[in-house]
Design a protein around this ligand. Sequence first.
Ligand code: BG6
Length: 487
Amino acid sequence: MYIQSTSSVTFVLFGGTGDLSMRKILPALYEAHRAGMLTASGKIVAVARHEDDRASYLQWVNEHVKARVAKNGLDESAWATFIDRIEYVKLDLGCAEDFVKLRDALQDLAGTRVFYLATGPSLFVPICRALASVGLNENARIVLEKPLGYDLRSSNAINDAVGEIFAEEQIYRIDHYLGKEPVQNLLALRFGNALFEPLWRREWVESIQITIAEELGVEARGDFYDNTGALRDMVQNHLLQLLSIVAMEPPHSMDSDSVRDEKLRVLRALKPIDPRDISKVAVRGQYHAGVIRGTAVPAYATEHGVKPDSATETFVALKVEIENWRWAGVPFFLRTGKRLADRVAEIVVNFRAVPHSALGASALRAGANRLVIRLQPNETIRLYCLAKKPGEGMNLSSVHLDLAFDQFFKEGQMEAYQRLLLDVINGRLALFVRRDEQEAAWKWVEPILNDWAASGKPKPYAAGTWGPTAASAMLAQHGTCWLEEEN
Ligand code: BG6
């Protein structure tokens, strides 16, 4: 599906020496280049303050990026031609003349311009304004990294200001979860198969769980994370986007606005949270010292860049409801956290038990159907069914059908950033977050943000566990439990 892009694009990377450029963007561009997915003439213009000239920037790229892309064996000749694509402009964001210099440097480069802002959100507006001051916003595309803002107000302020300079069709808001192959597969599962769709509703589904669990802590990002927390870092974007894909109505086509309209309907139908009920539907936690895979890890409050008395949450569990005909009354349980027992992203659809068991009590004891969609690691879909145990009597047991994608498809998965960058280059917006979706998500999380900012502290949990016990208690009230606790 991803053919070589037909239109030539000049890819301008702000934050060219930043962590994201090093870990994600440049490796993804290299992979696209190596796979022949970029036009021969397309240039990458890195913009940064730290390196003096192209030679020293290329040295930085060789030192910091080459080893990453070489993990699976380096194609030296592809690397050499990739390096040939890279130009460098040293630029001080506060200096208007530097933007004139940038415009001059771009003048002779053909094709649509893509400006990727791999910088902090506080720089989005100044950069956009400076680009506009030298006319570089015309016919260009702009890519904004998350987090876009800190709350509804600040995100609106950024969107308003950027919106004065770029039209909505020029703006690509990244949520890298939307670029993940398994998330694409979720759309294929739901809308490419007649089997699941009739059952995908309140009559047949009892509850749904969505988990994004990480073993990693805050790494070198303590300072950023301590001012952000899991609700802003993971729930407002990745988890609510996954929820909207799980719950959306079938779109009439896969064009960008059809898909985004349906996701938006879900986000707007989320049952607003009554501030008086927050402790019943939301749990926050913060990790203390613990052990992960045999290694002792420190408490969040002692991580570099984190305030010792920090009240920032590193874990969130929520009960969410969707107020529409398809989902009324079905609880969606979401959770995410750092330093949990395992790294896993998974969607669990718990179906209702049969309405009448002609097979007797053992059938009911054996449970009900369940579909487990594992997004990472090892993408799989597992369908739990009930089967008769061999031997005398009608005794049922839960068994499962497994679909492991790597057994069917030998080609490796495309990395999320590679897919998303190719989409920007080719002008496809479907996998980017539209402003109204983003607003609806901020609006929904806002009562929780406000409540947590005003009072209380997160509940402690030991690193290497599944979070505070209150998260399990919340599900127990609904007669269910998080899936991993059963295994
Ligand atoms: C990012 C968050 O958006 O997603 C990080 O800022 C988090 O805190 C990361 O670790 C998780 O992404 P993935 O692709 O590793 O699941």
